[in-house]
Design a protein. Structure first.
Length: 90
C-alpha cells in the first residue's frame, strides 16, 4: 500500500468569485495527472464552443457551463499518509 495520496483541485473565477474545489483523491500520480489533463481539455473545448455574447443562447450556455468557462487551472498536491501528528495543545 502506498503511503501517499494526490489531491487534484481545480479553480475558477476571479476576485470575489474565485473558488477552489477538490476533483478527486488518487493513490497514483499518473492517474491524477491524466484526470487533470482531461478536465483542462474539456474546459478548453467548452470555452472554444461557446456562442458569441450577442447570441440569445449565451446566458443559458454560461449558466450550464460557468465553472468550465471561468476555469483557471488544476493543481495536484501530494500528501504523505501515516505520519504521526501531535495535536496536543497542552
Amino acid at each position: 500500500m502506498t503511503n501517499k495520496v494526490y489531491v487534484l483541485s481545480s479553480s475558477a473565477g476571479m476576485g470575489d468569485e474565485f473558488r477552489w474545489w477538490i476533483e478527486g483523491i488518487f493513490t497514483d500520480p499518473i492517474v491524477a495527472e491524466e484526470k487533470s489533463r482531461f478536465i483542462t481539455s474539456k474546459s478548453k473545448a467548452i470555452k472554444d464552443a461557446q456562442p458569441s455574447y450577442d447570441d440569445d443562447d449565451w446566458f443559458e450556455y454560461y449558466n450550464k457551463y460557468s465553472s468550465d468557462l471561468d476555469f483557471n487551472e488544476c493543481k495536484i498536491t501530494e500528501y504523505e499518509l501515516n505520519k504521526l501528528v501531535n495535536y496536543d495543545t497542552r
